[in-house]
Design a binder for this molecule. Sequence first.
Ligand SMILES: Nc1ncnc2c1ncn2[C@@H]1O[C@H](COP(=O)(O)OP(=O)(O)OP(=O)(O)O)[C@@H](O)[C@H]1O
Ligand SMILES: [Mg+2]
Length: 267
Amino acid sequence: MDPLHDWRLTAEPHYRPQGNEVALYEAAYAARLPVMLKGPTGCGKSRFVEFMAWRLGRPLVTVACNEDMTAADLVGRFLLEPTGTRWQDGPLTLAARHGGICYLDEVVEARQDTTVVIHALTDHRRCLPLDKKGELVRAHPDFQLVISYNPGYQSLMKDLKPSTRQRFTAFDFDYPPPALEAQVLVAESGLDAALAARLVEIAQAARRLKGHGLAEGISTRLLVNAGQLIAHGVAPREAARMAMVCPITDDADIRESLDHAIDAVLG
Ligand SMILES: Nc1ncnc2c1ncn2[C@@H]1O[C@H](COP(=O)(O)OP(=O)(O)OP(=O)(O)O)[C@@H](O)[C@H]1O
Ligand SMILES: [Mg+2]
């Protein structure tokens, strides 16, 4: 049985490139260099990795990192069974052993003593020591590590150590430029082009409020959500409020100015 079966992509993910990131990623993969994706929430980082994994024909093993995650959650552990103990590879080990792309999402959430397990995998050694098991896994030639994080809202306590950072090549992601973002919206929700352009205009207005009371602007993801509500019969203004404004803030003043923007653009 294929140990990475569950992580193989069966259909091509829809992804519209913003620039030459596809070619750059291919070069990084060809050199088997680890990749770091930085950018705000909902701007297309995960979609890009899914697309690249599909394009390169590699399974994608995704791990959502959090602060409770331990090294064992990544590399694996012994399980107690009636007949004795059995070692179970964690997602990182599975990808390294069998040649997948391992994607650690929101990696800064993980504690630093957890993230150091990737060090030997991400330099010339390309190996993963399983201390508890007494095994040194040599990474499969197809293995690659990808991490992502949002530089906006991490605290000073939560940062990657320079020794971790300096193992990666990096991409700066951001929301697509307006015309492209409207195309994404049309393709992802079936909205008509004129309405898509107007929703993007509202998102642009909200993004200008970032740092003035808004921690994050309205993401591409939220635009797609609004488009999907509209496709299901919700009136555009209501969809914009429900998908794009309510989720991002509880601040009455900011809500009011965003509501004004909605009325002005869609009214
Ligand atoms: N370039 C793009 N092509 C196609 N769809 C896109 C693109 N950019 C964003 N999207 C849409 O935006 C949604 C959110 O993107 P994605 O899940 O990749 O965000 P993310 O950057 O990984 O966010 P997070 O940091 O919260 O995980 C996708 O589901 C997709 O609908
Ligand atoms: Mg993501």
